[in-house]
Design a protein around this ligand. Sequence first.
Ligand code: DX5
Ligand code: ZN
Length: 215
Amino acid sequence: MILSPSLLSANFANLKADIDMINDSEADWIHVDVMDGMFVPNISFGFPIMEVLKKTCYKPLDVHLMIEDPDRYISRFKEAGANILNVHYEACTHLHRTIQRIKNEGMKAAVTLNPHTPVSSLEEIIQEVDMVLLMSVNPGFAAQKFIENTYSKIERTKELILKKNANCLIQIDGGVNLSNAQKLVDLGADSLVAGNAIFVTDNPLETIAQFKQIN
Ligand code: DX5
Ligand code: ZN
């Protein structure tokens, strides 16, 4: 299981300490939540923080764009160090073109579905994407409650991937914790994002190790 701790729950007063912790940990990627205050009702951080990550974080940057019209910034995110660029299905009018642009920049291309967006929306694009992210909360905030419908949604995504013979990972984001992680992986999740469940614990390094025991 590919674990991607979400920086959104880190301590921004001492970001260096949390980046060092991630570097020393068994985490595979670092999940970077970029919010524009338009697509979601919150504003997080953007290029200045990404430049810091690019210089100091040794894990691949898994960038989740919760922004409108992400096409405007694809090359900027490449320059800022993104390895995986993840756009929302709901934010892209010409999703096929957006995916091609991300790949042409040399990044992995991922698409996120909001909780209400059906898996069938991906029928004609799944073969082009490297990863599908299923939101298991409504995007915008950390520490929300996991939406149970996600479980069956993973199964539908897995079916679609098999049907289309696509080479595509499934990632889950929102309300993931040590209690539901095993079930998510059993149903077909390849990657889990966790913010609150890692950063609010007394020993985040140990919590990451516990997550990594799930396979
Ligand atoms: C929510 C973000 C998530 C969030 C997850 O909009 O996309 O990545 O940081 O946080 P937790 O794990 O606390 O739900
Ligand atoms: Zn996210």
